[in-house]
Every structure is written in C-alpha cells, then in structure tokens.
Design a protein around this ligand. Sequence first.
Ligand code: FAD
Length: 378
Amino acid sequence: MSRVLILGAGFGGLELATRLSELLLGEAQVTLIDGSDSFFFGFSKLDVLLGRCAAERVRLPYTGLALPGIEFRHELITAIDPQHRCVRTQKGSYDADFLVIALGAECHPTATADFSEGGYEYYTLAGAERLRDALPSFDGGNIVISVLGEPYKCPPAPFEGAFLLEDYFARRGLRDRVTITVTGYMGAPVPVAKEVSEPILTHLNARGITFVPKRTVCRLNTASKVAEFAEGDAIPYDLFIGIPVHRVPAVVAASGLAPDGWVPVEKTNLATQFDGVYAIGDVAAAYTAKAGVFAERAAAVVADDITARLHQTPPPPPYDGAGECFIEFGRGEVAKVCANFLSGPKPTGTLVGPSRALAAEKGEFARSRRRRWFGGLC
Ligand SMILES: Cc1cc2nc3c(=O)[nH]c(=O)nc-3n(C[C@H](O)[C@H](O)[C@H](O)COP(=O)(O)OP(=O)(O)OC[C@H]3O[C@@H](n4cnc5c(N)ncnc54)[C@H](O)[C@@H]3O)c2cc1C
C-alpha cells in the first residue's frame, strides 16, 4: 500500500485526512501526526477572549478522531527531509510516498521590540486568556490594535477584535471613555477587493473605530506608552493589542522547504518542488489569504491529486482559491467575506451582512466540521 504522511492535524490536515479516508480506504496507509493533543478553531480564541467559553471547552481532543483507516500519532516533528520524503519525530521516523506539510504558521511576538513585555494578543489561546483577564480592570483610554507583520492569519480578525471590544465596552457603559484604533501595513481593511474593504470601513466609521493604514508598529516604548511606527511617527496607547508577526514552524524553516519564509507551491495542485511533497494552509506561500477555509479547500485538491496519481486518472480541476470567512461584528451579528483569489484575472470578494442569521450560520459552520472530523464528539 502507498504511504501518505500528513504533518499537522489543524484545519488543513484534518480535512485532508477525512477526504483520504473517504477516497482511499483500504488502498493507502494514511498517518496523521501532530505535536498537540487537541485541535481548536482559530475563531475559538475570540470566544475565550470575550469569556464566552473557557479555553478547555474549545479544545477538541484528537482521541476523539473518528476517521476510518487514518492512524493518528501524537508526536512532535523534529526533522523533515523533503528530498527523501522522510520525517523524524521525538519517537521515531517515517518514510512516505506522499508527504503533505500542513503545519500552519506560528506567532513570533519577540520580532517586535518590547511587544512581549508591554502588549497583549489574542492569536494564541494563552494570549486570549491573558487579555480576557486584563479587560475588566481597563476602564478608559486608547486601545490600539496593530497588525505587526505581513502576512497574518485571518485578515478580518483584527477588525473582529475591534468590533467585539467596541461592543464589550458599550455593554459596560464605558464606550465614551474608550478610543479604538486599528493600524496595519495594508492600505485598506481586508483588502482582497474594494467590495469588502469599503463596507468594513463604513462600519468601522459608524462605530467610531479609527483605521490607520500603511503603518507598521516596530517597537513599543513601554515607559511612555507609545507605539512607534517603522514609517517614523507614533501612536499613544493605554492598551496595546498586537497581531504578532507570523512565521513557519522552526522544523519547516530548518528543512529548506521555505527559502523565502513560506513554502512555495504550484498554484493548481499545491505541489512543492519535491516530487510527492505538497504544502497546504498557512505554511504555504500565499496565493490566497491565510485562513482555515482556504486550508480546507486546498486539502480537498491535494486529496484528489494524490488519488488521481494512485489511480492513474487525469488530475483534478485546479485549485480555485475560493472561500467564505466569517467576521464578527459584536451585538450578536456576524458578516461573511466571500472571496475568490484564483478563478479570474484578479481576486474578487464581497461582504455579506452583518446579521443574526449569519451568526447562526457561523455556529453551524463549526458544528459541521466537528461532526465531519470528530464524529461523536460534537
Ligand atoms: C483569532 C483568529 C480568528 C480566526 N478566524 C477564522 C475564521 O473565522 N475562518 C477561518 O477560515 N480561519 C480563521 N482563522 C485562521 C485559521 O485558524 C488558520 O488559518 C487555520 O487554522 C490554518 O490551518 P492550517 O491547517 O494551515 O494550520 P493549523 O490549523 O494552525 O494547524 C497546524 C498544526 O500543526 C501542528 N504543528 C506545528 N508544528 C508542529 C510540529 N513541529 N510537530 C507536530 N505538529 C506540529 C500544530 O499543533 C497544529 O495542530 C482565525 C485565526 C485566528 C487567530
């Protein structure tokens, strides 16, 4: 039997394993490896931040995986040799006929001077818990939410943070004592298309949230509480929240797979330059935004490509880079960004909502993935 090795059981790896379980049961030996003991959705961090859910409640333990024919290994990957499709972990080594890198992107807070000492973030579960615990004692001042590097996961997430905090302080009766500013390198919020960024800007303005484009904070002056921009100016803060610089996991950097920071792949089928080696999701050099929905869609293409190679049938249709990402607006409302990065000459997108109906749709989106990947656990 052919051996398929999937590195990383996040959004992309879980969908890939599921689809291979459907397509190749009994025909391939599929092994899924992750160093963590549980999966959680990126957007669960918003639930933790707002105190809607404890961190332990958003974790889905891999012991609950219910995928026929898939072997899950809870092991930390320590080396990847893409040339020979050989992988080492803390516990042993694996050889593969097909190797898929789905190890995601990790946060690198120390890349921004003094951010770890003086700032908060909600891109990790621990960071979301820390910020949640700091919010109740904050009763007025300037909140600055800054995108600290390019690219970052989930382009709407800094704006979701701003809308949710605006709602939080309004509910506490403190809205007029708080200013909220979002800064970032980009020229517009969620700049996939103006049909997305313009309505988001309108909503930000209507809620009294300021967006400062084309500014990247490079240092926090924690003594004077000023965030300094690489472009030369600065912004005062009382509560600084950063979207940390992202990078590939160290094991990917050491493998030589990411010479320019991210793993380059073929646009059509996510294949790397190494035969039989693919990369999906946040770890890959972007043709799309870094988001779970794109990792999931790329996983389907790779599963179909591997199946076509094993069955010696024509390759599947090319990856279309399409996906729908939810964006929380607070006040019980959610919108969604419908984007398509690869089907036309340039990316397209629209913003639908916000509405309460879309909040319900987001809930069902999460439940459907839990059912699909974890069966009885939902
Ligand atoms: C606040 C926030 C909100 C978000 N909201 C959305 C949203 O609404 N919609 C959406 O589509 N996306 C959203 N995202 C983005 C989404 O979470 C990621 O883009 C998505 O998880 C990427 O999937 P992936 O499979 O590439 O990587 P991941 O899901 O990050 O999975 C990578 C896996 O690799 C494992 N791993 C890494 N290194 C090693 C190693 N050395 N050994 C073993 N295992 C290892 C990790 O444990 C992890 O399980 C959000 C993210 C954040 C932070």
